[in-house]
Design a binder for this molecule. Structure first.
Ligand code: PLP
Length: 369
């Protein structure tokens, strides 16, 4: 008997009737994009939910990265992590910036602050770390280095929706942080994203940049792009915000079960939780040591697939291993031993609000075998 397929994620969907009510209202208003009622309302609600002061909505999670670099006028070289989704490094490329890859910490998968200083050159202008799996970077250490060398810090916080350190939003760290609201993320607006900044003047500049640089009917102040979120997706996002806490709680239940049941398996490593952090349980990565576990990560991955359990190898290959970036001096695997090892060992287990206990234990049994 073949079991039903278990996917790595499943989108949180708003109740269809409520969504249709919002759609009707949008039809009545006849205002479907360009900073409309729902757009403004979602920005306000997200500020309250996330505990930040200034947020700008975007049409996806990649354009806020590109726009953050524009808004801060970043040039030259930027220090970043190879252990992320390709969009992180692509955003540098789209700005004509040279990415400089630095290795990560084995305990978090995040940029290793101890290795950053060695990669700084006179051309370095910023650091772009990622809070991988929603696990906060060593934000204090990174800020100290940035202050010492006069560098900007832009966090790719695509995984860190709602994550807190000591009860304060992780999005408050650095000069700016970006979010992705893609369907596969903890909180989604189908496609969508946001850029978080620290003052009204910067938000104004960001809002100009995401609307072609228009600062009025006849004035263009910068070579902006079109990255506006429309009213339909903003309304969808407002409804999803009502259920996000319940969804995160359901994820926590699954993650806690994995953590409890998988912590003593030889050759299977899980990342420790940091104290003082409120997590969003966006991913549950495991790392397979072939010698000690008995089979390789890829063998396990395909074995799970045969049983209709779809894990994901996030993040494999490393961004630095793609042909686009492989030629960079910092991309050589000997410069990135920890990242290379983690990319070769990782599988992200299915984790979402809709996973049943049965499914979770079926996965655990396979991993224990
Ligand atoms: C998803 C993701 C992005 C890109 O977001 P999109 O909304 O898909 O454009 C950027 N960085 C990281 C780390 C991501 O996981």
């Amino acid at each position: 008997m073949s079991h039903q397929q278990i996917t790595v994620t499943s989108p949180l969907l708003p109740p269809i009737e409520e969504f249709m009510e919002s759609v009707k209202d949008i039809w009545n208003r006849k205002w479907i994009t360009n900073n409309g009622y729902y757009h403004q309302k979602l920005e306000k609600l997200l500020c309250e939910y996330l505990g930040v002061e200034y947020i700008s909505l975007f049409t996806n999670g990649t354009l806020p990265l590109i726009t953050a670099l524009q808004a801060l006028r970043i040039t030259g070289e930027v220090i970043t992590t190879p252990y992320s989704f390709v969009a992180t490094t692509h955003s540098l490329w789209w700005n004509g910036i040279k990415p400089v890859f630095v290795d990560i910490e084995a305990s978090t998968g995040n940029l290793d602050p101890q290795k950053i200083e060695g990669a700084i050159t006179p051309r370095t202008t910023a650091i772009m770390p990622v809070h991988v799996y929603g696990n906060p970077c060593d934000v204090e250490a990174i800020q100290n280095i940035a202050d010492k060398y006069g560098l900007k810090v832009i966090y790719d916080a695509a995984h860190a929706f709602g994550v807190k350190i000591d009860g304060e939003s992780v999005l408050k760290w650095g000069d700016m942080s970006t979010l992705s609201f893609h369907a596969t993320k903890t909180y989604n607006t189908i496609e969508g994203g946001a850029l978080i900044c620290k003052d009204a003047k910067t938000k104004q500049r960001i809002d100009y940049l995401k609307n072609f640089g228009f600062a009025g009917e006849t004035e263009v102040v910068a070579p902006g792009i079109n990255s506006k979120m429309d009213e339909i997706r903003a309304a969808y996002g407002i409804l999803n915000l009502k259920n996000i806490d319940a969804s995160i709680l359901a994820r926590k239940r699954v993650a806690d079960t994995y953590r409890r049941e998988l912590s003593d398996i030889k050759g299977l490593r899980i990342l420790p939780e940091q104290k003082n952090v409120t997590y969003n349980y966006s991913y549950f990565p495991i790392f397979i040591d072939k010698e000690k576990y008995g089979i390789s990560r890829d063998n396990l991955y395909y074995k799970m697939k045969e049983q209709n359990i779809l894990g994901r190898r996030y993040f494999y290959p490393l961004i630095s291993a793609f042909s686009t970036y492989r030629g960079l001096p910092s991309a050589t695997p000997t410069n990135l031993p920890v990242a290379t090892k983690m990319a070769d060992e990782v599988i992200c287990l299915p984790l979402h609000h809709d996973l049943s206990d049965n499914d979770v234990y079926r996965i655990i049994e396979i991993l224990k075998k």
